[in-house]
Ligand binder design. Structure first.
Ligand SMILES: NC(=O)c1ccc[n+]([C@@H]2O[C@H](COP(=O)([O-])OP(=O)(O)OC[C@H]3O[C@@H](n4cnc5c(N)ncnc54)[C@H](OP(=O)(O)O)[C@@H]3O)[C@@H](O)[C@H]2O)c1
Length: 299
């Protein structure tokens, strides 16, 4: 498993405890180093490689597209090539940033992006992740590409930890109202990835927690559940100066996955409650503050 030190990688390691797993963090294996990847795969001779490594700094990718391409596009390709030599299976994780633009609709009803919608990335991160997908598809038939969105884990810097920290430092929070997505808890995603990995159902799959929400309403849910009294105000993403464009509609449709017999994931709010519990951020039933005085750093 690559990227084993990331928020998803750490939970994936626990989801695969019934397997004989070699977890490789960034310091153990740089996926952008073709020779190192070939050597590691040849040495460990895995039946299955799970790639949770990526350069996930969306604004950083915009400012250094060459590095983004090496990690997010070439990295999965080197892994796919190494897997092909052993006839091993590759799971690689991708993102809703391969899409952009307004929500597609069924009639007047907005729907999530499906596995069969054409990609349309609006930033370097999304373009390099889409390139990584394409390189894997054309290299290794035995692949699973798992696209997900708005990932949050207990051992990462992410939107939830950033909101918790900011809510304790400020008297109000300004949060984007015109970005909508499906927050996805790494615990649930790791379980879903494990299911896909052993399913033999090769191809591209959308796996997120169920339901969707705007960033501002997600922030409101976080502070409300954590019992923090802070005003959360809606703003437009257009008012923020950020190097990379963000998708306005980050909702991935799971119809194909569930129709093919893959599990339905819990609602995002359920995943959030369990994440806050894991962080020690849910107020105890008898009242009083949550257990963790200092949440991890911000995204
Ligand atoms: N976070 C999200 O909201 C989100 C949304 C959709 C999809 N995804 C996808 O989900 C997957 C897991 O992301 P995550 O949320 O767990 O992100 P994360 O916490 O940033 O984990 C990514 C890991 O990859 C490592 N990494 C970076 N460059 C590497 C390289 N060249 N070689 C090997 N490892 C490298 C990082 O190590 P260092 O930190 O030490 O560099 C980090 O441990 C990624 O494929 C990501 O694109 C994430």
């Amino acid at each position: 498993m690559t990227g084993a030190g990331g928020q998803l990688g750490l939970d994936l390691l626990e989801a695969f405890t019934d397997h004989d797993v070699v977890g490789m963090a960034h310091a153990d294996l740089d996926v952008s180093d073709e020779a190192a990847v070939a050597d590691a795969v040849a040495f460990h001779t895995p039946q299955l490689v799970v790639n949770a490594a990526a350069w996930t700094d969306v604004d950083g990718c915009e400012e250094d597209p060459a590095r983004a391409h090496r990690v997010n596009a070439l990295g999965p390709w080197w892994l796919a090539r190494a897997c092909a030599r052993l006839d091993a299976t590759l799971v690689t994780v991708s993102t809703e940033h391969v899409f952009s633009g307004p929500a597609p609709t069924d009639g007047d009803t907005p729907r999530g992006w499906t596995e069969f919608d054409p990609v349309s990335p609006a930033n370097v991160y999304g373009r390099t992740k889409a390139a990584g997908e394409q390189l894997v598809r054309q290299t290794l038939p035995r692949h699973h590409i798992v696209r997900t969105s708005w990932v949050t884990g207990a051992r990462g810097n992410n939107f939830v930890t950033a909101i918790l920290r900011a809510a304790r430092e400020r008297d109000h929070l300004d949060v984007v109202a015109d970005e909508v997505g499906s927050p996805t808890a790494t615990r649930d995603l790791a379980t879903a990835i494990r299911e896909v990995a052993v399913s033999g159902r090769y191809g591209t799959w959308h796996r997120t927690n169920d339901g969707y929400v705007s960033r501002v309403d997600q922030a409101r849910a976080i502070v409300e559940l954590a019992g923090i009294d802070v005003e959360v105000r809606p703003i437009s993403g257009a008012t923020l100066t950020r190097p990379a464009a963000r998708p306005g509609w980050s909702v991935l449709d799971a119809t194909h996955a569930t129709a093919a017999g893959l599990m339905s994931l819990p609602h995002w709010r359920d995943g959030l409650v369990r994440l806050l519990e894991e962080l020690g951020e849910l107020p105890s039933p008898g009242g009083g503050a949550g257990g963790a005085a200092t949440p991890p750093g911000s995204a």
